[in-house]
Design a protein around this ligand. Sequence first.
Ligand SMILES: Cc1ncc(COP(=O)(O)O)c(C=O)c1O
Length: 367
Amino acid sequence: MAYRVPFVNFKRQYQQLKAEFDKVFEEVMSGGDFILRRHLVTFEKNIARFVGTKHAIGVNTGTDALYLSAHALDFGPGDQVITVAHTFVATIGAIVQCGATPVLIDVRDDFDMDVDQIEASITTKTKGIIPVHLNGHACEMDKIMELAQNYNLVVIEDAAQALGASFKGGKCASFGDTGIFSFYPAKMLGTAGDGGMICTNDDELARKLRALRDNGRVESADIIECFGWCTRLDNLHAALLNMKFRSFDKWVQRRREIARMYDNGFAGIDGLIPHPNSDGDYFDVYQNYVIRCKERDRLVGHLRKSGIEVLISWPTPLHKQEALQLSHFSLPMTERISAEVISLPMYPELTTEEVEGVIEVVADFFA
Ligand SMILES: Cc1ncc(COP(=O)(O)O)c(C=O)c1O
C-alpha cells in the first residue's frame, strides 16, 4: 500500500539534494577513494568537533560501535552491565556478545533510563552502565556520571538516536567513556546504507578502537596490534554524510518545528498522551515523535487506513522476547509503554500540509 504520508521518505530527500548526492558519487568514484580515505577522516573530525570529543571513529554500524566499545572497555564474563529494555536489541546485544550479563532497569515516562533505579542495581560485579538517549532525548547524564564515578563504573552512551541532542549544554556521546551514533538511513543523519561512529576523549581507548575496527591495524598495514574485526565506515558513506551534515542544523530546526506543530495539534486531546515535553536542561532533536494511547492498536489501524504510515518501537519489550532469556526482569513502565506507543512520521522533508494531515487523522480518532 502506498501511504499518503510515509514513515520515511528517502526518495524525497534524494530529489531535493540530487545534484549534491550525484556530485559526491562522482567525486568518490573518480578518485577511487574507498577505504579509510580522506572523506572519512574529514567526517570523523566534523563529528568530533560537533560533539565536543577528542576522537570520533567511524565504524560499520551503531551495533558495531556498541560492541567495539564494550570490548575495548573489557566487558567480559562475570561482569554486570546496567541498561534498559526499552531500546533496540543491539544495546543489550553488545553486553551479551562480550560474555557479560545485562541488568535491566525500567524507564521513566520520557522513555529514558530511570536514574533513580540505578544505585539499587549496583553490585560488586557491576562494570558499567549503558544509558540510551532514546528518540533524540538525552538521559540525565549528570546523575549517571556521578554514580559511575562513585562506584568506579564505565559508561557507554547509546546515542544512536541522538546526534545533536544535549543535556545541560553537553552533547550526547560526550559524557561517557565512549558514546556511539548510528547512521542507519532513518536516523538523525542517515547514510545510503549502514554506518556508525564511536566518540571518546580517551587517547588510549581511541587507538584501541581504531585497531579493533581494522583487524588490529592502526598506522601500518604490516604491524598488527591485536586481533580485531573489519568494521570500518566506508569512505563513500563518509562522503555522503559529510555532504548531508552541512544541512544538519537546519534539519534539526525543522524537526523541532514539526514537533511543536504536533504538540499544539494534540494539546488537550483526552486519551492521548503527547510526546514528553522537555526544555530547560534538555535540547531534544526529535529523532522520533512518539505518542501514547491505551487503544493503540485501534489508533494504528485508523492511521494506516487513512494513509498515514506509523511505526511501533517496540511492540514486545526485549525482556519479553523469549529467545533472549531476560524474562526474570520485571519492568512495568517498559511494558506499559510497549503496549501504548506509536511513532508518527517525523523527518525534515515532511511538508506542513502533511503534518496537518496527520494531526487531523489523529484528532478524528479521538473525536
Ligand atoms: C537505540 C539504538 N541503539 C543501537 C542501534 C543500532 O544501530 P545500527 O542500526 O546502526 O546498527 C539503533 C538503531 O536502530 C538504536 O536505535
